[in-house]
Design a protein around this ligand. Structure first.
Ligand SMILES: [Fe+2]
Ligand SMILES: [Fe+2]
Length: 332
């Protein structure tokens, strides 16, 4: 009597192709139904190749942004104006390293190794958020980054807590809690400067002037030019469009800037009674694309520093691997 496996191999090629197609169609409809029902897709579940690739691209870019984002602020750790500010800043920069780790781990559940992703970052084949290619010129930039950059990150990331891919959604829950602390420490630091001496107030205003527009660019290109948005929304990776999130961020920031006693550098920023939202000025997308293509003020510096940190950390990775091997042997 033939076994089931023999029956399988005995199947003619067209039969096999038809069976494969039927199975894929069934898997696809189970996936679609799970997404439609707002269920989470988990690592062992079947998923379309394009969904997997899109998640890897987005999670990797997010992870890279977390670790490259440590650099501009780390620049001020040794020059923080007080022990309290230094302790806060160190904790914040460490949190960003942690965010990178959760996200690289989430990407690993999709079958992509951390080494591979770092390699793509170092060789420029994967991007990180362009905001981190701007320099931190004064201490007030640390406050402006916390208030605006972490603030924009939260606006982007809160809806990602409901992302259809389970490991990414769960990583975001914790990341958002920490980002909220980052945003508040930035706000509080700017408030202290704004209420300080005239020079301190001017320094806070200058930082906000420089970080405002790049923060608005963090939401990505306008909806009609955003190449990945529509598909991501169908898959429920993304829940809101770039322009929707940008608008939400502007509406949140305006009253906060008022309480800070600082001005947002946009003469066209005005409340629109009819829309129930703020109108704001045109974003300089030429600058955005230039920075994205590698021509921002700090692109080269960021990648050079990242690569040398990676090289200098080689001994730590080797030691950790050797320890793990030894531990494994002892257990065996
Ligand atoms: Fe972060
Ligand atoms: Fe942060």
């Amino acid at each position: 009597m033939a076994t089931a496996a023999e029956h399988q191999t005995a199947r003619s090629a067209p039969d096999q192709a038809a069976a494969d197609a039927a199975r894929t169609a069934a898997q696809q409809s189970a996936f679609d139904a799970a997404v439609a029902a707002d269920e989470r897709i988990e690592p062992r579940d079947w998923m379309p190749d394009a969904y997997r690739a899109s998640l890897v691209r987005q999670i990797a870019q997010h992870a890279h942004s977390e670790i490259i984002g440590m650099q501009p602020e780390a620049n001020w750790i040794t020059r923080a104006p007080s022990l309290r500010r230094k302790a806060i800043l160190m904790a914040k920069v460490q949190d960003e390293a942690g965010h990178g780790l959760y996200l690289y781990s989430a990407a690993e559940t999709l079958g992509t190794s951390r080494d591979e992703l770092l390699d793509k970052l170092h060789s420029g084949r994967q991007k990180y958020s362009s905001i981190f290619n701007y320099p931190t010129l004064t201490w007030a930039d640390v406050g402006a980054i916390g208030w605006l950059v972490d603030g924009a990150a939260i606006t982007n990331q809160v809806p990602l807590c409901r992302c259809s891919y389970g490991p990414y959604a769960r990583a975001m829950v914790r990341v958002c809690k920490e980002e909220s602390f980052h945003q508040r420490q930035g706000y509080e630091s700017l408030l202290a400067l704004s209420r300080g001496t005239e020079a301190q107030h001017a320094m806070a205003q200058d930082a906000v002037d420089r970080w405002w527009w790049p923060s608005l660019m963090m939401f990505g290109p306008p909806d009609d030019e955003s190449s990945h948005s529509e598909q991501s929304m169908t898959w429920k990776i993304k829940r809101h469009s770039n322009d929707e999130l940008r608008q939400r961020f502007v509406d949140i920031c305006v009253p906060q800037a008022e309480s800070l006693g600082l001005t947002l550098p946009d003469p066209d920023l005005v409340w629109n009674e009819e829309r129930g939202q703020h109108d704001f000025g045109a974003i300089d997308w030429t600058e955005f694309w230039a920075v994205l293509k590698g021509n921002g003020p700090c692109n080269e510096q960021r990648i050079t520093q990242r690569k040398s940190a990676h090289d200098e950390g080689a001994w730590v990775r080797e030691a950790a691997a050797a320890f793990a091997a030894k531990h494994g042997e002892a257990k065996a």
